[in-house]
Ligand binder design. Structure first.
Ligand SMILES: [Zn+2]
Length: 103
């Protein structure tokens, strides 16, 4: 087990985890429910933490997360179902959960 990412927003950590899952990198989130409702920030000692289960994946995982974070600079995309705009890093609509590509 190795810690590869932490952030006060569990939504951001969830996006990082999704980036790893797309690469089939086994990972788990600790303190996932430490924060309250969506959007609330946790105290620093209870930030959600993203861990890879195999330490050998850590470097690849950090790189993937770094790229996912860099993609924040990309334009937002508009949900095909509810027309809400989501950040480029989000694979699913923040509002209704619709997949970015329509599925
Ligand atoms: Zn939507």
């Amino acid at each position: 087990m190795e810690l590869v990412y932490t952030h006060p927003s569990h939504l951001v950590v969830a996006q990082a985890r999704h980036a790893l899952e797309r690469l089939a990198i086994p990972c788990v989130v600790h303190n996932e429910y430490a924060a309250g409702a969506a959007g609330e920030l946790a105290p620093i000692d209870t930030w959600p933490e993203l861990w890879v289960t195999r330490s050998r994946d850590a470097e690849r995982a950090r790189l993937a997360i770094e790229r996912a974070q860099a993609a924040i600079e990309e334009a937002d995309w508009r949900c095909p179902r509810c027309a809400s705009e989501s950040p480029a890093t989000f694979e699913f609509c923040w509002h209704c959960g619709q997949g970015r590509s329509g599925g």
